[in-house]
Design a protein around this ligand. Sequence first.
Ligand SMILES: NC(=O)c1ccc[n+]([C@@H]2O[C@H](COP(=O)([O-])OP(=O)(O)OC[C@H]3O[C@@H](n4cnc5c(N)ncnc54)[C@H](OP(=O)(O)O)[C@@H]3O)[C@@H](O)[C@H]2O)c1
Ligand SMILES: *[C@@H]1O[C@H](CO)[C@@H](O)[C@H](O)[C@H]1NC(C)=O
Length: 302
Amino acid sequence: MSGQLGAVLALTLAILTYYYCQHESNMLSITSKVKLNNGNTIPQFGLGVYQAKPGEVAENAVLIALKTGYRFIDTAAGYRNEKDVGEALKKSGIPREEVFISTKVNNCDQGYKKTLAAFNNSMEQLGLDYLDLYLLHSPNPGPRKRKESWLALEELVKKGLIRNIGVSNYGKHHLDELLEYCTIKPVVNQIEIHPWLTRVELVEYCRKLNIAVEAYSPLAKGKKLDDERLLNLARKYSKEPAQILLRWSLQHGYIVFPKSDREERIKTNADIFNFELDNDDMKVLDDCDEYFTTGWDPTKNP
Ligand SMILES: NC(=O)c1ccc[n+]([C@@H]2O[C@H](COP(=O)([O-])OP(=O)(O)OC[C@H]3O[C@@H](n4cnc5c(N)ncnc54)[C@H](OP(=O)(O)O)[C@@H]3O)[C@@H](O)[C@H]2O)c1
Ligand SMILES: *[C@@H]1O[C@H](CO)[C@@H](O)[C@H](O)[C@H]1NC(C)=O
């Protein structure tokens, strides 16, 4: 009798464990990763530091984020805070290989030699000896310079100094042009995406090419936080509007890195792994699309 009971209990436990694991594998967390076309991975969630004031403000934001569990920082030479990112990383005491650092070549530094020099400068600022991801900030400098810069990036990968290279603000025609001469494909295209700028066609094109999509300005820089459709969902899920927007990005599979330099928001922006928007509510947000850009839009440039 007790043998039978034991067998029933063991079976029940096995079934529960099976379902738990199935569920768990579908669940997102702050350390969830996205697989790139070169076999490497990138955390799906991180911190952006555009307009985080260089110096103490930027350094503190990054340090708080790392303490909160963020493991990916998106900066750029143009943000003038690479030094602060590097300082925070050192102060955090977290092993280098556990944090994913991404920076970008400034438009004014495009061209072969200039890009190599810009890379040296960024590495010195960051205090790193290898970089996780280096992006061309935009296609704006034109076809000749962006080609030269890309070839410089490929060389840095071959030297083992950069793990992954990608582009930002590239439209379909820029990607087509790049694919004609690259010997290393970009792993990501970093473009502005949120419910008011969904870029459905460009996203589909990137996915067809196996280029991961990084959705920048996921909070639309805070400019749409009073949209009634968003506020309704915030009430329904008992979450902040910003948390609803970040969840929308994650559930679309985008890599996302909201910017804040306030401790409270850095924490709440990461508190998005304990709820899920249902399909109808994802659709409500998808339908907000109105091609609303919050900054520049180089994807349309020649
Ligand atoms: N490649 C490119 O061309 C490009 C362009 C733009 C952005 N990006 C990248 O994408 C990152 C994010 O985009 P973003 O900085 O443009 O804008 P964002 O993340 O969409 O929004 C940031 C703004 O929202 C505020 N905010 C943050 N959390 C909030 C919350 N929980 N509730 C209400 N307001 C909140 C921030 O203010 P506080 O800081 O005061 O909290 C800031 O003003 C950038 O930092 C950068 O890494 C790349
Ligand atoms: C960059 O740094 C490397 C190693 O320190 C050096 O060999 C190279 O000449 C530098 N390149 C430029 C363009 O400054």
